[in-house]
Design a protein around this ligand. Structure first.
Ligand code: OKP
Ligand code: ZN
Length: 347
């Protein structure tokens, strides 16, 4: 297994996120990737390597050019407002919500932020663009290494995560949708049908929305029931895709408190659906915030469960790209991710 790790990830280090009216320390921290990196190295899992340059043409196939332009200039615009802004991260405080016009393109920077960000928990920092771009390159290179036959499986070990980011919006700690980029790269390399299997605790709303009207990319997500869990406003079982994509989206919401046995049944259901779709290659949006010790999530998976997750995925027998998503029990992250990959490689 080739592991493309993001050498720029530390440049994205948000300071605070809004939670219940207060600014609190960020959960999505650089130590996350470092723990996984060290665990993979220690256990000798995969071959660690750095990605090449990002493919801007591929990025523009998944994300709107005006959105990419915004991300690229946002920090400079923020500092231009006031050099003292260097000490703070960008967070939105106003949105084109109910009754307001989303179609206008405001000149005011804060108003622009509100058009692109859907929550106030995702700080944009000086290095966010550089880190996210290098992460996109990890996902792209992982997909292409597998598509070319260089490796049967690969991983994009990166942060910030990506599955909440849509064609023209960011949120949920995500800016560029790495899993969607990997899926598109597989399609462009010749796979007629691909699947994205999202096992993160949170619904992959960005990935779902990017592929919602497409039949060539099947999206499946098992996650905390959005009636109580983030991202709240998408991820329900009746979202089946539309147009050419009707039947190519599967959501399996599970109640807070779900244990491994119940979770595994849902995983098997999602895997059976991926098989029925006829996918020739698989992207796994690998969040391990399903862990019982996760500070922001409510499933009950244990460390010893993760190898069995990898085994089940291996049972599909597909060329597979793992893309790192969430997981916030930072010290346990290395063991849990390594567990999935070891189970996959043994399976
Ligand atoms: C990103 B990924 C916790 C608030 C939750 C957003 C969670 C984003 C999760 N105090 N805020 O899916 O792991
Ligand atoms: Zn998550």
């Amino acid at each position: 297994m080739l592991i493309f790790h993001n050498p720029q990830h530390q440049r994205h280090a948000g300071r605070q996120e809004m939670f219940r009216g207060r600014l609190v320390d960020c959960h999505e921290v650089p130590a996350r990737q470092e723990h996984v990196f060290e665990a993979l190295k220690r256990r000798g899992i995969g071959t660690l390597q750095e990605p090449g340059a990002p493919d801007m043409a591929l990025l523009r196939r998944i994300h709107a050019p005006h959105y990419l332009d915004f991300l690229a200039r946002a920090w400079d615009d923020w500092i231009a407002l006031d050099p003292a802004n260097e000490a703070v991260d960008v967070l939105p405080s106003v949105w084109p919500g109910k009754g307001l016009r989303y179609d206008v393109e405001p000149l005011n920077f804060s108003a622009q932020v509100g058009r692109y960000a859907f929550d106030a928990g995702t700080p944009l920092t000086a290095g966010t663009w550089a880190a996210a771009l290098a992460g996109a390159a990890c996902a792209t290179d992982a997909a292409r290494a597998v598509a070319s036959g260089e490796a049967r499986s690969a991983m994009a070990l990166t942060r910030p995560p990506g599955h909440h980011a849509g064609a023209d919006f960011y949120g949920g700690y995500c800016f560029l949708n790495n899993s969607a980029l990997a899926a598109q790269a597989l399609r462009d390399a010749g796979a007629a049908r691909v699947a994205v299997l999202d096992v993160d605790y949170h619904h992959g709303n960005g990935t779902q929305s990017i592929f919602y009207e497409r039949g060539d990319v099947f999206t499946a997500s098992l996650h905390g029931d959005p009636r109580t869990e983030y991202p709240f406003y998408l991820g329900y079982a009746d979202e089946l895709g539309s147009g050419a994509g009707l039947g190519a989206n599967l959501n399996l919401p599970l109640p807070a408190g779900t244990d491994f046995d119940t979770w595994l049944q849902a995983l098997d259901e999602a895997i059976a659906a991926v098989r029925r779709h006829g996918a020739e290659a698989l992207v796994v949006a690998l969040g391990v915030d399903t862990f019982e010790g996760d500070p922001i999530s409510k499933f009950k998976l244990r460390a010893e469960d993760y190898p069995r997750v990898g085994e089940r995925i291996a049972g599909l027998g597909l060329p597979t790209i793992f893309v790192m998503e969430g997981g916030y029990a930072v010290a346990a992250l290395g063991e849990n991710v390594a567990g999935v990959l070891e189970g996959y490689l043994a399976g």
